[in-house]
Design a protein around this ligand. Sequence first.
Ligand code: ADP
Length: 629
Amino acid sequence: MDKSKMSMSKKKTGKTNKKSKIMEIYKYFLPSAFQKFKGYFFVRLGLLVVNSIKPFVQILALPIVVDELLTTQNIAKIMHCILFIIAADFVLSVLSGFFGNMIERYTTKFDNYYKTVMSKRIMELDFQLTEDKQALDQIELARTGMSWYSRGLNGMVEPLFNMVSSIITLVGVVAIIVSSAPWLLVLIMAILIVTGKVNSKHNEIEQKFFAGLAKENRICGYMGWHLTDFKYGKDIRLYAAKDMMVSKWNYHQDIIIENWRQMGIKQLPLSLFMGLLDVVRDFGTYFYLGVLAILGKISIATATQLFTAAGTFYNCMRSLVINYQELCKRANYAYEYVKFMDYPAVMKKGSKHIEDVEHCFELKDVHFSYPGSEVPVLRGVNLKLHPGEHLAVVGLNGAGKTTLIKLLCRLYEPTSGEILLDGVNIAEYDYDEYMELFAPVFQDFKLFAFSMADNLVLGREEDARVKVVENGEAVAAKKLATKLSEVKVEEVIRKVGLSDKIDSLPKGVETVVYKHFDEEGIEPSGGEEQKLAIARALYKDAPVVILDEPTAALDPMAEYEIYRQFEDLVKGKIAIYISHRLSSCQFCDRIAVFSDGIVKEYGTHEELIKVEDGLYAEMFGAQAKYYYG
Ligand code: ADP
């Protein structure tokens, strides 16, 4: 992690005060928002002008009407004034509605934009953080904080513009009040200070409850997804897990509801007190202005104007306080988003380029425990992978085989010891370049609910499958790339033995996998899924192929076919092959037998089979007995 990031993350984990949070939020969001959504700021400016001048229509025109009624009673003048008030109010309301509507549309755009940016960040997060409780809570806080709680970018810009609009209006009304009834300002200010303090307490209570709900919200999100995703449908039905799921969901929902209820109870006295303060203010204003009018210090028309001006003054001051507090509150929520976007990396990422040579790997005394666990999974693994070597990794369940692959692929870092690529620690290399070296098929691989072709290509060939229409050349280049990728897709599909299946589908490789979004989508069998996953690895054409239990879901014929082609599929590449079917290990140059987190035996099939009391020989014997009786 570079220094600037370190200091940023330290700052973010420490206590940051309200003002600096607001500044950081604005520094984070405004430059990009202004660049991407300029129109929004012009609309906001329009609304600011409308909101600032609106109160003056009544303040300035109403006393004229009252004065006319009490003196000359010129009906034409009175009608003109009333018509002016109505017309001005109408025009300003229409404009305000128009701008409001445009802001709504921008709000949806912001929501999509910041969600996309966050999703991208989640996908780039160091893999080991995807199971780190603190990181997961931070994701939840960022997600909810940036959506309903802060109301997104608009939610943070709105109070600022409201405050500016209030200040503009205030300048006008203060001038009017000061000239005739200065004590009115003192009375309203006093009430406002108390209201501000009470409201701040009100907000504090809400924020405290928000912070405590991250875990519960996450659990409910998880339960909600599992209850409805049909992938889990079989297990839920056959193990009658529905009731358990629903009752667990209800349990956590109840906690959330109880939290909200407690919050309501705590906030209620404060809300009531704020209502009472409103009554005191109104009474004081009427009393004071009434006395001034009776004493003849102000005319009835001026009293009317002052009533309206006092109301506007109070509303503007209140709006200043409330909007500032709202801004602090929303900034607090949105700050969780900024905190997440700057979430400190746990992995060292170098910048060294990977040379275009025949690669070799070496694991030197590698120890590893999963984050948050003391249990050693690997306890001093030493292993070499020579250029073009095909290595089988075997061992009992839980021996650490998959963990070894995860370390090799830099999904985790060794607790101690080192992994070298071409003699250099893998942490020194550019992370993205390093990832390009591997084409793994994990045991728990996942296909996406996109077309089969998209599942194989996954955006490679510079997004060849996205149609671009800006200029002829780009289209031509895209077409060529698309053609090339189509040929490659067909080739790998044939290699894994899926051609017949795909030819039988009306949409061929464009058929969508799963039925989540497309009625014509297919539900592939476990074996077909596995073939697609292998095809995806072959499509990537990376120098290191990793197959973790690659044929577990295949029928014997398909398995035989993959084995037969295995040499061809991974020719010239480093291949690591984890399998429980030991007969398949004979295809590999060497076999590493894992037991208790170390390499217990290492050699060719012929060598290991002869080791007396050897684990490999024992496992091979047991399987052979099972097959031949
Ligand atoms: P194998 O592939 O040999 O069956 P694994 O490498 O998957 O074994 O697992 C080795 C050990 O590490 C097991 O005891 C397993 O429970 C534990 N383990 C695997 N993944 C995690 C994880 N994400 N967090 C904590 N422990 C894990």
